[in-house]
Design a protein around this ligand. Structure first.
Ligand code: ZN
Length: 439
């Protein structure tokens, strides 16, 4: 055991002005062409791996897109249909990082001061209350390190909430328990009704849309905010951070807050009513929580020099915390979805975005990232276990599960949605902010 009691000082210095509510992924729609190009028969390689093989591949034509391009600075490529490049070959994600990073991310003295004033504000708010803030725990490195930061550095009294949607790895559960015990934080766990979750999860598989994490993300968010309201807590601490998540291609995701789409997909493919599955719509997300309930979402990790590898090492030494091997792999479902379903069915390899974020924040090199990408996105034996586990849990066979991956691809816009309403809400929010009404 290490005797280390503080993470490297370099980590704790620095953040972003409180970002308003939506925690959730991205909002964008999958352009039609991109989807039709992605073959369900994609074999073990992702598009990006195929294209990286270069001309020595002799017949070289097979699977190689003549328009393929990869950023010369990060590793994002044209599997993001919205990417564009400047004349030097630097991609739009890198350019955006350069433009906005210093308005969001302060891993320096300025961040340290902002972190302290944020903490003071939250502590003052929480005086005479049982808790002064709430933290949603997934068991992953970001939320785990955030909880440590909140308690030991910011001196806050958080309520930790974990939503068990049925896909927790044992490691994630143990990590959360060890951490809460070590930090003396009260933990509330909400266990999702599995019959309903199973039905919704299967409905999403049948729908063939890219973002299969919507049911899980939605219920995490809904229950967390419900806990906050119930316990009269205004501050929600988010583990989202620019250091490891600055690159998030919008076209690869879909807003998990769009409950109109959740209801529509479930109506088409579900087999039983959703009575316990708490839905939180866009109105609540964009306007009710931030402006009526005056809730504030803050991102403390943006105010320190947050380094993923150092965070993992520190948590392991201090709290017997164990790394589970990949971004968001604390959920077995997310591991299947990100490392197999998405790359195999749609050609979207989320490692590109994650590694690009780490390159931009100086936590890895492009060379090492390319080496990592040369490997398959999943580990063969883990995948076999996961497929079996997931199929069994969904009461289907592994063949049926594979058939969902091979079925025709669909877009989120193929189903009813609140995309237009969301655009409107964003407009309203921007207008409110222009008038000085903001979080
Ligand atoms: Zn780039």
């Amino acid at each position: 055991m290490s005797t280390q009691t503080q993470p490297k000082q370099s980590m704790i210095q620095g953040m972003t002005p409180a970002t308003p509510i939506p925690a959730s992924s991205s909002t964008t729609i999958m352009p039609a062409q991109e989807l039709s190009q992605t073959s369900p028969q994609r074999q073990s390689q992702t598009q990006s791996q195929k294209n990286q093989e270069g001309p020595q591949g002799q017949d070289g034509q097979e699977g190689k897109d003549p328009n393929y391009q990869q950023c010369v600075r990060c590793v994002m490529d044209t599997t993001d249909p919205e990417i564009h490049f400047n004349k030097d070959g630097v991609c739009s994600h890198c350019q955006e990082f350069d433009r906005y990073a210093n308005t969001i991310w302060s891993p320096d003295q300025k961040g340290a001061a902002l972190l302290e004033s944020m903490a003071a504000k939250i502590r003052a708010y929480g005086k005479n209350k049982e808790y002064d803030c709430i933290v949603g725990m997934s068991g992953g490195v970001d939320s785990s390190y955030l909880l440590y930061l909140a308690v030991r550095v910011m001196k806050l009294r958080p309520l930790a909430v974990h939503v068990d949607a049925g896909w927790n790895s044992e490691l994630a559960v143990r990590n959360i328990e060890n951490l809460c015990k070590g930090l003396n934080v009260e933990l509330f766990t909400h266990v999702v009704d599995w019959e309903e979750m199973r039905d919704l999860q299967l409905a999403y598989l049948k729908s063939g849309v890219p973002n299969q994490d919507v049911p899980q993300d939605h219920i995490f968010f809904s229950r967390l905010y419900e806990f906050a309201i119930k316990n009269d807590i205004k501050y929600v601490l988010s583990g989202a951070n620019h250091a490891t998540e600055s690159v998030l291609p919008k076209a690869w995701g879909y807003n998990a807050a769009d409950c109109r789409q959740i209801k529509a997909i479930h109506k088409l493919f579900g087999t039983r009513p959703l009575e316990q599955f708490l839905m939180t719509g866009l109105f609540k997300t964009y306007l009710y929580y931030p402006y009526v309930k005056r809730m504030k979402l803050v991102r403390p990790l943006d105010l320190i020099n947050y380094n993923k590898a150092e965070g993992i090492e520190f948590l392991a030494n201090e709290f017997d915390w164990v790394y589970y091997g990949g971004k968001h792999f604390e959920s077995r479902w997310t591991r299947f979805f990100q490392s197999y379903y998405l790359p195999k069915k749609f050609g979207y390899d989320k490692r590109l975005a994650h590694l690009s974020s780490l390159i931009l924040s100086g936590q890895t090199t492009r060379e090492d990232a390319l080496k990592e990408l040369a490997k398959l996105p999943y580990n063969e034996s883990t995948l076999a276990n996961d497929l079996e586990y997931i199929a069994k849990k969904l009461w289907i066979s592994v063949e049926e599960l594979e058939a969902f991956v091979a079925a025709p691809n669909r877009r989120h816009e193929d189903y009813p949605s609140n995309m237009a309403f969301e655009e409107f809400l964003r407009f309203v929010k921007r207008s409110l902010q222009k008038l000085g009404i903001r979080l």
